[in-house]
Write a protein that binds this ligand. Sequence first.
Ligand code: SF4
Length: 729
Amino acid sequence: MRRVTFSRNFTLSLSRTCRCYCRYCAFATHRAHLYAPDEVEGLLDEASRRGAKELLVLTGERPEVNGEVAARLSSYGHEDFTSYVAWACERALERGMLPHTNLGVLSRDDLARLREVTASQGLMLESIVADLIVHQGSPTKHPERRLQTIRAAGELRIPFTSGILVGIGETAQQRIEALRALAEVHAEHGHLQEVILQNFVAHPRYYGAEPAQIADGAQREGTHGEPAAMPAWASPITLDDMRALVRAARELMPDVGVQIPPNLSDWWLPLVDEGATDLGGLSANGDHISPEHPFPSPHAMRKRLKAQGHALAERLCVYPQYMDAQWLEQGVLDVIKTSYWSFIPRRGSGRRSDRPIRRELAPGAIARARDGATLSEEELTALFAERRPEAIEDMRAAADELRAELMGERVTYVVNRNINVSNVCVVGCAFCGFGQGRRSPDAYEHDRDEFVRRVEGAVAYGASEICMQSGIHPAWGLEDYLFWLRLARDTAPGIHLHAYSPMEIAHMCDVSDMAPAEVFARLRDAGLGSTPGTAAEVLHDGVRQRISPNKLPVARWVEIIEASHVAGLRSTATVMFGHVEEPWELAEHMRVVRSVQERTGGITEFVPLSFIPHHTLLGRTHGIEEISAEENLAHTAAFRLALGRTVPSLQASWVKMGLDAATEALRWGVNDLGGTLMEESISRLAGSRHGVRLEPGDLIGAAHRAGRPAAERTTLYEIRARYELPVAA
Ligand code: SF4
């Protein structure tokens, strides 16, 4: 699953008055055009109402060369246009929107002034050719002038967007040369966050009309204008030309995004397949440069991308790698930290608050954890925030030793089948791609026959466990949950029923008005064998408020898990990590899990579940990216060390991390590879690309590849079959 981004923005064409005369442009005017301050405030209020995160300020170049514009600027109290733009940007920041400006060629001083109030700036290089017909009368379209501005932006450490126009009279070779020129500037300063490959489309002229209004109308109604005739100076472009450019951009600037405007051709989807990474700013009020071409809706694009195996996610106008004090003014960074902190990349800590991490504690903590000691919150925090390769290797080695001491060399797995009886759910967790409203076209509910068929399938497959969880179905009462258990038990009397998350148990308690102990007694009588310790997410109420405010609080989760243990039903314990949580919140999670285990001893295994963001709200709109395999493994070791000798079994989830990473995790403290599952859907619907089932042979093979013997186990860790390492030939 590849992530493709866009920015939810609103365009402010503050002034269309321009000193240039580019022949392809329908945006610029040479009359006086300038929004008054009260009009700007009104537009910004509208942008805010329409949910824009970015204010895209598009303007003609140096509009104050027009005497009337200059006079109006002066009457508004601004000595020049840059000052007025900066004022508009400040008003946008006050409303929690991040400004991105594109004012044409600017002096270093103007760039610096705008840097104070913008998150990013941009200037298209357009072309490397100095004498294109389309640029006659536009001296600042000379590539040297433009590269000068782009270079100055790099010197000033301004996150920057540039790009080329394709089809304005240049040759295929000259397009590549233009990309090469951009790559050279980027190599000097590292400030290009994305390169736009924009195919030229011919426009009608808009004399006497306002492109902003045409664009807004077209965007609201989704209507496309009549295609205009291609002018004689235009060079024809094909999809293959664009494909070649995407490849060249990726090759020349592998760390720079490649943006394709999705409203100017139907090519955006094949170009994403080719490697394009971004679909630009999808302005709520349309494309002011090509107003007759409305943007497709994110919803429509998401559907088409999903079918191709891509996930559409929002980004901010400034790319994540630039979200720090080196690249952004404090006032701008403050808006990101206040309103968009989840877009700040994980760097160990500091997205929401700058708590000090006591890195000096790590070596001692690793040594003490290896001996099974309980670590302090500060020590655990230091381990979860650890980024130093040597310290991570020490964590890995200690976790591996602890695993060997507690569980030996054997790698276990369980042959099981997942059954999610229904995905109807009323809880609405922001991390969930599975739960659906009752009326959603994707909602389902198995009927009795389907359920029996699945249970019988599990028996025929040789499964020893059925793992059963569903959404929180508003119409289900305790009897429904009992019904499914009895049906499973009657259909497959010998099979272990591992069912119902603490959230489902809490729901049963609520609707039946019974205490957890009573509910568990009824469930046990109906065939329940053990309880999944899911719905734990992060056992910190602050995190729960942020990602699933309707979910059971920590104290209730603990109460339910302990009630399960008291009822003689052992449970697993899980953590879902790699989203909005901070290291100290994971430290708290581990304190809670460890203390439950110290009280009851009922937890059979600990299962770290890395977050799959792609088709979830957190991934789509909050900038959460999938955790890297390296970070995932480092966390795995930290979980093992945090548990000490309390919970002996640590599982790697191949569904979340993939079988290769899960196999590698066997060196990071893991002794168990989980289940064959047969029909995993919760992670698949969140965008996991690691499949829905594995054969026992896949898991045995993984253990053997890691140089370890394998064994099939039951849910409660009795060994069913052993698979020794093959004897070398
Ligand atoms: S995680 Fe569970 S409770 Fe939350 S929305 Fe998804 S199905 Fe519902």
